[in-house]
Write a protein of this length. Structure first.
Length: 271
C-alpha cells in the first residue's frame, strides 16, 4: 500500500532532474503519472535542455514500478498544447488529483545574445507556464470532487533577492519566482472551497543539469559567492531531497497545509 494509491499526478518538466524524481517517488507510492516536457532547446538557454531520450527514461522508470504513465511533449508556454496534454492524461488515466508545476529555465549567463528575449522566455516559462499548468488542470480537479494538491516548484530566489547575480537572466528568474508566490497564495485562497491545497517549495541549489552546467560555472567564477552558501554545512542537495518535501505536501499527511512557502534549502534563506 502506498500513500498515493489510486491517485494521478500531472508533472511538468518531468523528463529529468527534479521532475523525474517527483514522478518516480510518486509512482513508488502508488500514483499514476502524466509526464509533460518540451524536450527541445530554447536558443536563449546556454545549457542543454531535456531530450526525447530523457522523457523515455522517465517512462521506463515509472513503468518499472508497475505504474501507468502518459508521457506528452508539450510547451508550458503554449496553453492549447498543455490543455491537450491534460486531456490526454485524463482520458487515459481517468482522474487528476495532484499537480506539480516543475518546468522552468535558468539561463543565468553573463552576456546573453538577446537580453530582451532571455527575459521574456524566463517569464513565459517560469511564471506564465505555471499559470497555464494550473489552469488546464482545474476543470478535472474540481469536477472530480476529490480535492487535491498543487505544488509549484519555486526557489530560494522566490524568497530572497540575492540570486540575481547582476544578470538579466537572474533578474527575470528572481522576478518570476517571487511572482509565483503571489500566484500560489491567490490560488490557495480561491481553491480552498474545493479542498484543493496549493503550496510552493523553495529549494536552494540542487544537483541537476539546470544548475550544473558550463554557463552556470562561468557565472559563478565571475561573481562573489558569499551570499550563495547554506547555513548547514552542505553544498548542492539532491533532487530526492526536494521530492521528499513534495511527496509530503501532496499526501494526506499535509491535508491541512495550504498557502505555505516551504523552504527546503539547508538554511539558505535563514542565513
Amino acid at each position: 500500500m502506498g500513500i498515493l494509491d489510486g491517485k494521478v499526478a500531472f508533472i511538468t518538466g518531468a523528463a529529468r532532474g527534479q521532475g523525474r524524481r517527483h514522478a518516480i517517488r510518486m509512482a513508488a507510492e502508488g500514483a499514476d503519472i502524466l509526464a509533460v516536457d518540451l524536450c527541445e532547446q530554447y536558443d536563449t538557454v546556454p545549457y542543454a535542455m531535456s531530450t526525447d531520450a530523457d522523457l523515455a527514461e522517465t517512462v521506463r522508470e515509472v513503468e518499472g514500478l508497475d505504474r501507468r504513465i502518459v508521457a506528452v511533449k508539450a510547451d508550458v508556454r503554449d496553453r492549447s498544447a498543455l490543455a491537450a496534454a491534460a486531456e490526454k492524461g485524463l482520458a487515459e488515466l481517468g482522474r487528476l488529483d495532484i499537480v506539480v508545476a516543475n518546468a522552468a529555465i535558468a539561463p543565468l549567463e553573463l552576456a546573453p545574445a538577446s537580453p530582451t528575449r532571455s527575459w521574456q522566455d524566463i517569464i513565459d516559462t517560469n511564471l506564465t507556464g505555471v499559470f497555464h499548468t494550473v489552469e488546464v488542470s482545474l476543470p478535472a480537479m474540481i469536477s472530480g470532487g476529490n480535492g487535491g494538491a498543487i505544488v509549484l516548484i519555486n526557489s530560494t530566489a522566490g524568497l530572497k533577492g540575492t540570486l540575481a547575480m547582476k544578470t538579466v537572466g537572474g533578474y527575470a528568474y528572481s522576478a518570476s519566482k517571487h511572482a509565483m508566490v503571489g500566484l500560489m497564495r491567490a490560488y490557495a485562497t480561491e481553491l480552498a472551497q474545493h479542498s484543493i491545497r496549493v503550496n510552493t517549495v523553495h529549494p536552494a541549489g540542487v544537483d541537476t543539469p539546470m544548475v550544473v552546467n558550463p554557463a552556470m560555472a562561468e557565472l559563478m567564477a565571475n561573481r562573489d559567492l558569499s551570499a550563495w552558501t547554506n547555513l548547514l554545512p552542505v553544498g548542492r542537495m539532491s533532487p530526492d531531497d526536494i521530492s521528499s518535501a513534495v511527496l509530503w505536501l501532496v499526501s494526506d499527511a499535509a491535508r491541512y497545509v495550504t498557502g505555505v512557502t516551504l523552504p527546503v534549502d539547508a538554511g539558505f534563506t535563514t542565513k
